[in-house]
Design a protein around this ligand. Structure first.
Ligand code: FAD
Length: 464
């Protein structure tokens, strides 16, 4: 059996290793694996495995944080596999250095490596993947080839390469927003490509903004762990206006409101005695930007950070297309609900990577050699799309603004896959006439029980 994996972040690498260990021929396509969001991940991974913690506590936190939109069976499934995910990493030689508390978690269960967790983990996985025979091709997958609801392979540089199964592990699409904490090239092209081919997307309106981005010479995240260690959020006048350990949506919104009032917002970390030792990478980054966190306030702004929605998959990471699977941030099966808890996404990457390999081994999909049309899209003006998303489908949304966003989008000359994905966010945000988790509607500021269900975007329409 030949399996293609689109994306070499944590989800893709975990699936690749798990499949290759079973003797399956695996090829990972990724032009820039060292620029993945997995590599950039700072804080860590939530594992509810320490003395005093419990699966139930982590499940409850995840559902509470997700504002009760989560698929409870998926939440149990993922969290109950956390010991396996932890073992997967440690058995490869990964050694965690700290355990931290982060917003929304009721126990210090975030396992980190010197607050540069991704940078330490990814090379270990890449090395092991090579040892077990995974092929790496540093190329972008242009399109996914599907015929009659069955995957045929992938197009690379216009050529069709045949595979029995294809796993989409291409990450999210926060690069579709003007300010993002992650890789700005994360445009969600494979997600848009599949949407154009009739594959449903789920909960696509839920876009998480990280409350404390630092926009200096580079955009950088001041991780939640810094607030967990006691840093306070203040305005320029020294006013404290939010509980710093609230979930990300609440903190991001409150910062954004202060900014709309024309006020600067800062993180005051001067009270953290051992800042340099606990957060060495953040410390040296700030020093390079001319800020000494022991003495100076750190200016912050919310940035698009994580896209909760994605390709709709079931609990076994299957799409409705035969032989096509999706994992990690590219996929959505209701684990995060309406709001992802900090450090739950890397856990999901590990579990979905392990789980999808079992699904494929069980299902043994068989490929088919046939010609499939190649579209050869051009990227076009993505900056205009980014501006529309930031202004009309951002932190605070309203009906007129969402409609205006859709109108503007129609006029943009850009890749139809990027446009369709942007349209999906705008349309589902419009359809969800309530506020829940990461989705905040100023005109419907409360959650409404009749909307406590997932949204599905298919063939240009959002069903809720
Ligand atoms: C700055 C930052 C810090 C974070 N910190 C944490 C944290 O501490 N804990 C946590 O749980 N989460 C964190 N997150 C979120 C987390 O890092 C991501 O959700 C997670 O890494 C996603 O992993 P992934 O494997 O699904 O995708 P990614 O890591 O995004 O990898 C996807 C890969 O696919 C490749 N790709 C995309 N399209 C194609 C294509 N068409 N063909 C070939 N390759 C393609 C990309 O180049 C990329 O390398 C953070 C995110 C950011 C941005």
């Amino acid at each position: 059996m030949k399996v293609a994996i689109v994306g070499g972040g944590l989800a893709g690498l975990t699936a690749a290793i798990s499949l290759a260990r079973e003797g399956i021929e695996v090829t990972v396509f990724d032009p820039k694996p060292r620029e993945s969001n997995s590599y950039l991940a700072q804080a860590g991974i939530a594992f509810p495995i320490s003395d005093g913690d419990s699966l139930l506590s982590h499940v409850t936190d995840t559902i509470r944080g997700g504002k009760y939109l989560n698929d409870i069976s998926v939440v149990w499934n993922v969290i109950s596999k956390s010991t396996e995910a932890y073992h997967f990493l440690t058995s490869l030689g990964v050694e965690f250095t700290n355990r931290e508390l982060e917003g929304g978690h009721s126990f210090p269960r975030i396992f980190t490596i010197k607050n540069e967790t991704g940078k330490y983990i990814i090379p270990v996985l890449e090395k092991h993947a090579k040892e077990v025979g995974v092929n790496f091709i540093r190329k972008f997958v242009d399109e996914i080839a599907i015929y009659n609801k069955k995957v045929i392979g992938v197009f690379v540089e216009g050529s069709l390469l045949y595979f029995d199964a294809v796993i989409i592990a291409s990450g999210g699409f926060s690069g579709l927003y003007r300010f993002t904490a992650g890789n700005s090239e994360n445009l969600g092209i494979p997600i848009g490509d599949l949407a154009l081919k009739g594959v449903p997307l789920r909960d696509i309106e839920f876009v998480q903004f990280h409350p404390t981005g630092f926009i200096g010479k580079r955009t950088y995240l001041i991780s939640e762990a810094v607030r967990g260690a006691g840093a306070k959020l203040v305005t320029g006048e020294g006013e404290r206006f939010v509980n710093e350990l609230e979930t990300r949506d609440v903190v991001a919104r409150e910062i954004y409101r202060k900014m709309l009032e024309g006020k600067g917002v800062f993180l005051d970390a001067t009270g953290i005695e051992d800042f340099k030792k606990r957060f060495p990478y953040i410390y040296s980054f700030l020093r390079r930007e001319g800020i000494n966190p022991k003495r100076d306030l750190i200016p912050v702004t919310p940035v698009a950070h994580y896209t909760i929605g994605g390709i709709s998959v079931d609990a076994f990471y299957r799409t409705p297309v035969k032989g096509l699977y999706a994992i990690g941030e590219a996929a959505c099966n209701g684990f995060h609900g309406a709001n992802r808890l900090a450090s739950n996404s890397l856990l999901e990457c590990l579990v979905s990577g392990i789980e999808v390999s079992r699904t494929i081994i069980r299902e043994k999909p068989r490929g088919e050699r046939r010609e499939v049309k190649y579209y050869g899209y051009e990227l076009g003006n993505v900056d205009e799309v980014r501006e529309i998303m930031w202004n009309h489908a951002g932190i605070i949304r309203r009906e007129e603004s969402l409609r205006l966003g859709l109108k503007k989008l129609k006029k943009v000359e850009a890749d139809p896959r990027v446009k369709l994905l942007a349209e999906a966010v705008l349309k589902c945000a419009l359809a969800r006439k309530e506020s829940r988790g990461a989705h905040y509607r100023e005109d419907y500021p409360h959650s409404r029980e009749e909307f406590r269900r997932p949204s599905i975007f298919r063939e240009g329409t959002c069903m809720l």
